[in-house]
Design a protein around this ligand. Structure first.
Ligand code: ATP
Ligand code: MG
Length: 419
């Protein structure tokens, strides 16, 4: 992609009401656009990151047997009345709307009810179980606070998977698999080393749910980490009894601020009972389906990556989710420099290496460097009069101080081996 053709531009300033680092850097870089508080649009660079995160999640969900669908945002109140989640006294984050004839509708904040209802058409026998269904879909939540940039918004993409099992034992097997899939996801997006599986409040069917919490000073949650076992306990459930029931020692727990990037939950038969999702066992008895839910917010993940990996110059994208692997800068107006930069760009494109080519005229080298730092591509490749006096090309990793001078051949080798 030629930067001269990219419609978005970087900015030096952001609205003063943006207080989070992720929103500040993503807005300045032109990754996102703020519509209103807690509501953001995704522009080409931001959408590219979001799509890459979604694809990693999709691969991991497919690997554990997930089948992808997409459900509607508009919700039928009748289903939610059956589970006692329609009343604003019970659920205080609903956005609701009305048809012309005054019939009320909701904008879904989660999808247990409609999916349980859909599955009534397809689950009737033990032969139909287990099954796992997921989607990437826009949720609406009337959040009170929207101060964490893209990490807490009122309209956001969620990957939500729901599991349907014959009984608790079958459910637990999948639940454990899902933990591994989640660990893979956070590792692949580059925050595995900062993310802890965390005991959090459960529901009527299990004592705990499990959150995936990424340590970050801007996190809204407080967790207590046990480094040895690589687990944590959310403050909301962390008392002496819980600590000892988990076999942990109080004096080994370290308090940290963290962001909940994912959440897995045993639902049991709460929804299947209320909506009458049953199956016939091998013996011919009728039993309720045993359910679980598994959520991840790709945008919150993107915000968390920015929060924990950025430096004072800007974003540092892990290669797995960077919009482009390489940011190629052409510096100066000399003809031979421009020609060489064009040639390097063509060569990288032919090798299918994702490259953003800063071919813009009349922008100073200092500005181009600052922008490359802000945008955060993993490799900065520079063609300038100076680089051409050396081996031709300068390459520097975004998270390293010093670059090196290389030939085109060496550049291709470097970019092929580091991925
Ligand atoms: P929180 O406790 O942060 O309010 P939650 O427990 O209500 O979140 P879930 O319903 O479990 O969240 O949603 C699953 C995932 O969706 C979360 O782990 C998070 O990654 C993401 N998510 C939840 N709320 C938001 C939001 N307002 N904006 C962006 N992502 C969100
Ligand atoms: Mg939560």
């Amino acid at each position: 992609m030629r930067q001269s053709k990219l419609f978005t531009k970087t900015k030096k300033e952001v609205p003063t009401d943006e207080m989070s680092k992720n929103a500040e850097l993503l807005l300045r870089g032109g990754f996102i656009h703020k519509e209103i508080a807690g509501v953001y649009s995704y522009l080409p660079l931001g959408l590219s990151v979001l799509n890459k995160i979604e694809n990693i999640i999709r691969e991991e969900m497919n690997a554990i047997g997930g089948q992808e669908i997409v459900m509607t945002a508009l919700q039928n109140p009748e289903l939610w009345k059956k589970t006692d989640r329609w009343d604003d006294q019970k659920v205080d984050i609903w956005f609701k709307t009305k048809l012309k004839n005054d019939t009320e509708l909701g904008l879904g904040f989660t999808h247990e009810e409609p999916l349980t209802n859909i599955m009534k058409n397809y689950i009737s026998s033990y032969r139909d179980l287990p099954c796992y269904v997921y989607q990437f879909q826009t949720k609406f939540r009337n959040e009170i606070r929207a101060k964490s940039g893209v990490m807490r918004t009122r309209e956001f993409m969620m990957k939500d998977l729901y599991s349907f099992s014959k009984d608790e034992k079958e459910h637990n097997e999948f639940y454990e698999k899902s933990k591994e899939a989640y660990k893979n996801i956070f590792k692949r997006v580059g925050i595995g080393h900062l993310t802890y599986i965390t005991f959090a409040s459960g529901g009527s069917f299990s004592k705990f749910s499990h959150e995936f919490q990424t340590v970050s000073a801007t996190g809204e949650d407080t967790i207590y980490i046990n480094e040895e076992n690589n687990v944590a306990v959310n403050k909301e459930v962390c008392d002496d009894e819980v600590i000892s029931s988990l076999g942990l020692e109080k004096n080994k727990l370290v308090e940290k601020k963290a962001v909940e990037v994912g959440n897995i939950f045993t639902l049991g038969t709460r929804f299947s009972d209320a909506l009458d999702l049953t199956y016939q066992t091998e013996k011919g008895d009728k039993k309720p389906v045993f359910m679980g839910s598994y959520g991840i917010g790709p945008a919150r993940l993107m915000g968390a990556v920015v929060e924990v990996l950025a430096d004072d110059k800007g974003i540092i994208w892990p290669e797995s989710i960077a919009p482009f692997k390489v940011h190629l800068l052409s510096l100066g107006e000399e003809e031979n420099v421009k020609k060489q930069a064009e040639y390097v760009y063509d060569t990288l494109m032919k090798k299918n290496i994702e490259v953003l080519f800063d071919d813009r005229k009349g922008i100073s080298p200092g500005e181009k460097f600052a922008e490359a730092d802000l945008l955060g591509m993993p490799y900065r490749v520079v063609i300038s009069a100076r680089s051409m006096k050396d081996n031709g090309i300068e390459i520097k990793k975004r998270n390293e101080e010093k670059g090196q001078s290389v030939s085109l051949e060496e550049l291709l080798k470097l970019l092929a081996s580091n991925h």
